[in-house]
Design a protein around this ligand. Sequence first.
Ligand SMILES: NC(=O)c1ccc[n+]([C@@H]2O[C@H](COP(=O)([O-])OP(=O)(O)OC[C@H]3O[C@@H](n4cnc5c(N)ncnc54)[C@H](O)[C@@H]3O)[C@@H](O)[C@H]2O)c1
Ligand SMILES: [Zn+2]
Length: 368
Amino acid sequence: VIHHEIQVLLGERSYSIHVGAGMEADLGLQCRRNGLPGHLALITDRTVGSLYLRAVKKSLVSAGYEVTPIVVPPGEKEKSLTRANNIFTQMLKNGIGRKAAVIALGGGVIGDLSGFVAATYHRGLPLVQIPTTLLSQVDSSIGGKTAVNHPLGKNMIGAFHQPVFVWTDVQYLRTLPKREVVCGLGEIVKYGVILDSNLFSFIESRLDEILRLSEETVMHVQAVCSSLKAALVSQDERELGKRIILNYGHTLGHALEAAGQYRLLKHGEAVLMGMIGENYLAREMGLLSKPDHDRILDLIRRVPLQHKAGRLLKSAIMAAMGRDKKSVTGKKRFVLPVRIGETTIAESVPPELIQDSLSYLFESLPSR
Ligand SMILES: NC(=O)c1ccc[n+]([C@@H]2O[C@H](COP(=O)([O-])OP(=O)(O)OC[C@H]3O[C@@H](n4cnc5c(N)ncnc54)[C@H](O)[C@@H]3O)[C@@H](O)[C@H]2O)c1
Ligand SMILES: [Zn+2]
């Protein structure tokens, strides 16, 4: 059993991210050590549930917990108020009261949905995140952002609700589909570009090992990314300042996701593409040198992205960008790299340049 611990420092809401391999048997005890109350709502999706629910439940039950499993269908569409309400009903019917906690077992969809449920049920229950996708293990399980989607926008209804701990076990990735590994790489490359040139070099030299999910390599990446996100969240829990840099690749990325109705592209795929476009903006605005630009582009192009982006319309992407909640002032705000490991905020990027960046991005995607 390998087990590292990373701290998120937030005063009385501080917590640990546990990164390791084969930690499952210890999960129930960890809940005890954190003083979780006796009744647990264990929320997962059908896919993850069929693989891991039994073992996770067993670990919790053997530590003396009463466990109520709640299994929902997989998919982004389940991040809805309707699904949250259905979970509330199941919790109420199962007698889950205020002396209870929520365990989220799954990817970012389950993490965001269960987190929202935990934040609001009985005015807030403790939450444990057990992320099972690469993306959720390096990013979405950390930092306390929880939300469901609204027909008028993604992640529009939500709350900040920090977990009691995060349980990142690399062994869950053994069953992860390749396309989901690629999605996780989107966020991993993001961390390298915005904060850590050593991580960036590490990804360059070990990309194949990451894609093959070599456990030691992936655990290293998980520990580094978790530390980077933990530090940002500690400094700026509510994204009023520095945490915004996590949105590198996301201004364009969110517009690409929306233009594809959240069906054509997965979040991580859209982020990979968004980074290509935003790097172009940075280079054209004279913020990023051509060698650094090319190095980032080369790495992203080595990621085996199975995109269907050719079906996206530029007009739909531009329209989606206009609706993004991060541009309420009407101005497009971009997090742009100035070198590998450092970013700046560009407040007003001309729309023509954004148009050009889309053309550049589509031309740059390797044809597969
Ligand atoms: N809260 C945040 O800070 C934050 C940050 C980034 C992304 N997000 C959100 O995360 C979501 C995306 O998360 P995701 O990429 O993890 O997708 P996901 O949760 O939809 O999971 C992807 C697919 O993989 C399956 N799966 C999960 N774990 C598996 C495993 N171990 N083996 C086999 N299959 C498995 C799931 O059933 C699902 O079908 C989006 O809704 C995005 O908005 C939130
Ligand atoms: Zn993201």
